[in-house]
Design a binder for this molecule. Structure first.
Ligand code: EPU
Length: 302
C-alpha cells in the first residue's frame, strides 16, 4: 500500500483507529496470520462510509472481519484494508420480542441479553465464539438451528456507502451458508425475531446442557477455529476423520485434536502452511477411504 493512501486513510479517520502492517494473528482465534496492509477498527457509520468510498475510488481490496473465529489467514498476510467494526457497532435494543443489534455484538453477549429478557431461541448459539455479524455471514449455529432462523432484516452498507435494508425474503440461509457470502457490502445492523417468551430457568437449563455437551466433546486450551470442515450430508466430518485414524496427527505446530477430529489446534506457533498441509492430508485420506469430498467450513484468507 503506497504512502499516499496511508496518509489519506489517516486523514479521513478521526474516531477510528488505523494501523499498518498489523499482524493478523492478533485478530484470529487460531492465532495465525501475517500482516494486513492496513487494519481499521471502525467507529461510526460516517467513517465506515469514508473508508468504503476511498477503497472503491482507489480500487483497494477490502475484507471485513468479525471475531476472527472462523478464519485461516495466510502467513503472507492480507493485501488492502481489513476492517473490524468497533464499539459503536456493539449495541443491543429490545422491542417486545424483537432484538435490534449491531454486528460487533459478541454472540455470547447477545445470548446473555436475550436470556435476561426471558427470550428463548438463541440457545443453539451457546458456546459459539465471535460476533453477530460474522455469525450471520457463516450462518453459525448447531446442526439443528442456526442464527439465520432468527433474522428478520439486515442493514448493509454498500461499497457506494449507501445503506440498504435486506428483508428476510431477500436473504438465503442454509447449513453454514448465507447469501452475504456473495455480497460486497458491510453489515451494519440486524433485526432478530422469532424469539419466544419463556421461563428464564428453563432457557438457562437448556444452555447449561449445550455447554456441557460441548465441554465433553470439544477441545479447549489451544487456539483453534472451531470445526475445520462442514459435515457432509450423510455423516459428521469428525466421525469420518476419527475413523480414518487421523486424530493427533501433527504437522509443524498444528495438530488434529485428539478429542474431536474436526478441530485443528495451534499447539506450538503453527504456520498457516502447517494447517493447510493437515487440511490437504485429511481431504485426501477421506476421499480415498470414503469417496467423500470434504468442504472447508473455515475461510481461507490472504
Ligand atoms: N465424534 C466422534 N469422533 C470425533 C468427533 C465426534 O466419534 O472425533 C462423534 C461424537 O461423539 C458425536 C458425533 O460424532 O456422537 C457428533 O459430534 P458433535 O456433537 O461434536 O457434532 P459435530 O457434527 O462434530 C457439529 C458442528 C459444531 C457444533 C456441534 C454441536 C459442524 C461442522 N460442526 O459438530 O460446530 O459445535 O455440532 O452443536 O457442523 C463449528 O461450527 O465450528 C462447530 C464446532
Amino acid at each position: 500500500m503506497n504512502k499516499k493512501i496511508k496518509e489519506e486513510l489517516k486523514k479521513i479517520l478521526t474516531r477510528s483507529k488505523v494501523s499498518f502492517d498489523e499482524p493478523m494473528y492478533k485478530h484470529t482465534s487460531l492465532r495465525i496470520g501475517g500482516p494486513a496492509d492496513a487494519f481499521v477498527l471502525v467507529e461510526g457509520i460516517d467513517e465506515l462510509k469514508k473508508i468504503l468510498t476511498l477503497a472503491r475510488r482507489k480500487d483497494i481490496p477490502l475484507f471485513t472481519i468479525g471475531g476472527g473465529t472462523n478464519l485461516l489467514v495466510n502467513d503472507r498476510g492480507i493485501k488492502g484494508i481489513v476492517l473490524k467494526l468497533g464499539k459503536s457497532f456493539d449495541r443491543i435494543k429490545f422491542r417486545g420480542n424483537k432484538v435490534l443489534a449491531g454486528p460487533s455484538v459478541p454472540v455470547a453477549k447477545l445470548l446473555k441479553e436475550t436470556v435476561r429478557h426471558n427470550l428463548s431461541g438463541l440457545e443453539c448459539m451457546a458456546g459459539i465464539p465471535g460476533t453477530l455479524g460474522g455469525a450471520i455471514i457463516a450462518n453459525a449455529g448447531s446442526p439443528e438451528r442456526a442464527i439465520g432462523d432468527f433474522i428478520s432484516s439486515v442493514k448493509l452498507m454498500t461499497p457506494y456507502g449507501r445503506i440498504m435494508t435486506r428483508r428476510r425474503n431477500a436473504l438465503q440461509f442454509s447449513y453454514r451458508y448465507s447469501s452475504f457470502k456473495n455480497e460486497r457490502g458491510v453489515i451494519v445492523g440486524v433485526v432478530l425475531n422469532s424469539l419466544m417468551k419463556r421461563s428464564r430457568a428453563i432457557i438457562e437449563k437448556q444452555i447449561a446442557f449445550i455447554i456441557e455437551k460441548r465441554r465433553k466433546n470439544q477441545p479447549a486450551g489451544f487456539p483453534s477455529a472451531g470445526c475445520i470442515f462442514k459435515n457432509p450430508p450423510i455423516s459428521s466430518a469428525g466421525v469420518l476423520i476419527d475413523f480414518a485414524g487421523l486424530k493427533g496427527l501433527k504437522i509443524g505446530g498444528a495438530q488434529i485434536s485428539k478429542k474431536h477430529a474436526n478441530f485443528i489446534l495451534n499447539v506450538n506457533s503453527a504456520k498457516s502452511s502447517d494447517v493447510s498441509k493437515l487440511i490437504e492430508k485429511v481431504e485426501r485420506k477421506i476421499y480415498d477411504l470414503f469417496r467423500i469430498e470434504l468442504e472447508l467450513e473455515v475461510e481461507n484468507v490472504g
